[in-house]
Design a protein around this ligand. Structure first.
Ligand code: NDP
Length: 299
């Protein structure tokens, strides 16, 4: 099966590594060509100098870009890329995108006989490296069956969420919850530190109680208490995701003030911490506002 993979970023790169080798015939492309060339050399796959070259002859085109804005721009730039994708091919968009843009893309592609599936992923770089991502997809079942072997190469839990855009909607809400959990856990720990409770002691209790979350169980102990703050998922991307969830709530007339406030807080964190900060670094904004450090004192 001939595959073109466009976008070898933090998550795209480990995903594409599972497609290097039979039964797949992989060609990679990345905006910064050096990354694609290094990947191709390491995995012994083909590298294309342009996205147009990459998609020629591909039965499956995978995009894994920051947002739907970049996917739309890449496809519609001079009409070239969309025109270069073969009739009968499927565009599998693994970007955490927005539902409205995905629906627009799907309808434009359908006119050209090209299928579209929105298939955002979850689980982070570790699950991507292990080929164990959760894949939430939206679209037509018959179209999906044509790309199922590709998705199974990097996904473990693969769930049909509904029509085109449903995968994007679910991903945006999942990540809105992640953002709110990070912020609320950090606020709680800052408050407890000021109340004289050590963050390690607080987490020991919270993680054996009903206030626990992935943030309290994993992210904060591993990344905040240690002050390691590894960069695995850009804060700017999480801000984009919770922003999509907030906009969707507005569009659908759903009262979601916590998500709206979380989106505002993540936008502020992005302004303060910049484009390259990791999503967990939003905790630093709360620390600065409160003049405390959420650490165990041994880092
Ligand atoms: P990165 O920022 O690490 O990489 C983004 C990729 O998109 C790079 O290949 C970059 O190219 C390319 N790119 C950026 N702008 C453009 C453009 N205008 N035209 C063409 N290519 C462009 O992002 P991630 O890999 O972390 O994320 C990709 C998607 O996956 C996002 O939607 C994200 O929300 C989602 N995601 C990320 C996870 C993670 O843990 N990192 C987990 C789950 C989902 P270049 O190298 O030239 O900059």
């Amino acid at each position: 099966m001939r595959i073109a993979f466009l976008g070898l970023g933090a998550i795209g790169r480990p995903m594409a590594s599972h497609l290097a080798g039979a039964p797949f015939e992989l060609t990679v492309w990345n905006r910064s060509g050096a990354k694609a060339r290094a990947f191709a050399k390491h995995h012994n796959v083909a590298v294309a100098e342009s996205a147009v070259e990459a998609v020629k002859g591909a039965e499956v085109v995978i995009t894994c870009l920051p947002s739907s804005v970049e996917v739309l721009a890449l496809l519609s730039k001079d009409g070239k890329l969309i025109g270069a994708i073969e009739r009968g091919a499927v565009l599998l968009d693994c970007t955490s995108g927005d539902p409205a843009t995905s629906r627009l893309l799907a309808s434009e592609l359908e006119k050209r006989g090209i299928g579209f599936i929105d298939a955002p992923v979850s689980g982070g770089v570790v699950a991507a490296e292990g080929g164990k991502l959760t894949v939430m997809w939206g679209g037509d079942e018959e179209v999906f069956e044509r790309v199922r072997p590709v998705v199974e190469a990097f996904g473990k839990k693969i769930v049909h969420c509904g029509p085109v855009g449903a995968g994007d909607a679910l991903k945006a809400v999942n990540n809105a919850l992640l953002a709110v959990h990070i912020l609320s856990a950090a606020e709680g720990l800052a408050l407890l530190k000021k109340a004289g409770v050590d963050p390690s002691v607080a987490l020991d209790v919270i993680n054996a109680s009903s206030g626990r979350s992935n943030s309290s169980e994993n992210l904060i102990p591993q990344r905040v208490l240690t002050r390691a703050f590894p960069r695995t998922f850009r804060l700017a991307l999480l801000e984009k995701d919770i922003g999509i969830a907030a906009s969707l709530a507005t569009e659908l007339g759903v009262a979601a003030p916590l998500i709206a406030l979380g989106a505002e807080r993540y936008a502020e964190a992005r302004r303060q911490l910049g484009e390259e900060a990791d999503h967990v670094e939003a905790v630093k904004m709360i620390e600065a506002e409160n003049g405390v450090e959420i650490s165990d004192g041994t880092a």
